[in-house]
Design a protein around this ligand. Sequence first.
Ligand code: ADP
Length: 437
Amino acid sequence: MGGSVVSVLAWRLAAFTVVAITLGWVFGGMLWWLLVLALAIVVYLVVSLQILEQWLRTGKRRSAATGTGVFAPIYSDIIQLKQRARRRKKRFHRLLREVRESTGAMHDGGVILNAELEIIWLNEAAERLLALDAARDQGQHITNLVRHPAFVAYLNRQQYAEKLQMPGPNRGTHLSVQLIPYGNQQKLLIVQDITRQVRLENMRRDFVANASHELRSPLTVVGGYLESLADDQDLPSAWQEPVGEMQRQVRRMNSIVHDLITLSRLEAAEREAGETPVDVPAMLGLLQREALARPTRPQQIEFDVDGDVLVRGEEQELHSVFSNLLNNALRFTPSEGHVGCRWWRDENGAHFSIADTGIGIPEELIPRITERFFRVDTGRAREVGGTGLGLAIVKHALLRHGGRLEIVSEPGRGSTFICHFPAARTVLRPAAETVSA
Ligand code: ADP
């Protein structure tokens, strides 16, 4: 009979009670018959329970007797549960094997760390790239084994949105690592081998730097001859115009070579600039005088400079930043326009803004104008004589100072470029010094 244990038991109890009552009626001694029945049921249940317990413990297949007893539904439920568990276990093992095989075949390293940054698991690539040993190093704190200061600083920063590039423990290798927090304070460390990219990038940078250096001397020679030619009183008048144009082009090539060398130097340097306090107000004062002395320039040029705010960094690079931005504003603003510079400090650090009422930049091109050689309007940019490298230099130099460039612009209305320097690099002029801006 199917159904639950309770219903089977209830039916059987009812049947036996009827039998006991009938026997009691026929032979007398009703209570005795009922007592015998109750005892028989208790003995039956005890024996059945013992058989069930033994079966559960030894896992032996049930006998025919147990299958038909009142516990039959329990047996079949347990058997179903066991079968389901066995199937699940098999599926889990297959999945685990697949995960092991696929992570083993991965080129990128993966390390699972717990909340204390101890290694829980790592794949073969991580063993190879970080020179670790899965069996030996499990449970170890990751910074006991990967000790590069940049890596330790990255872990302590608690900000893992960006990847970190660092030299690998194996000689000449470069790694890119990123920490991905998940679950209950666990972390997945992804390690990529970027040795090839870094080598290619270095080769490209060296090539550009070398080519630019090599171009300098021939350009100087050509420029020198052109200058002599231009100064020559006997130069036929038909030649004066072409020689003038050649001089302009040589000057342009010189600026491009100069900017390329500056850019390669910035790229080759360590990520962080030096920490010498730079007198930015004095630098801006000089740039202001140079701007006002230009033969063609926007009518209004204003400077609003906090003379006490200095920045720790590299003087030459900061000069490149401010002069490139000022040059652009002056070049892309018509003579009836306005250019305003401001240098100030707040709780976030120091800021330099330069606002012009010039031609502006279309919104969709703003993210691209810091790319090398990118110009919004090639014709106009050539006309005003830029190299297309100025903003790339600005961006790189700012990055080395822990700063960033913000650009707001509207075509036909003007542009504002703002350089933000972090508070850690901002210093106030010592009280004894006089303000020289
Ligand atoms: P360039 O030497 O051509 O000025 P930059 O890298 O300094 O090179 O600037 C890239 C391009 O960004 C410029 O060619 C110009 O199109 C645009 N640009 C830069 N500054 C301004 C500005 N103040 N107003 C309008 N456009 C600008």
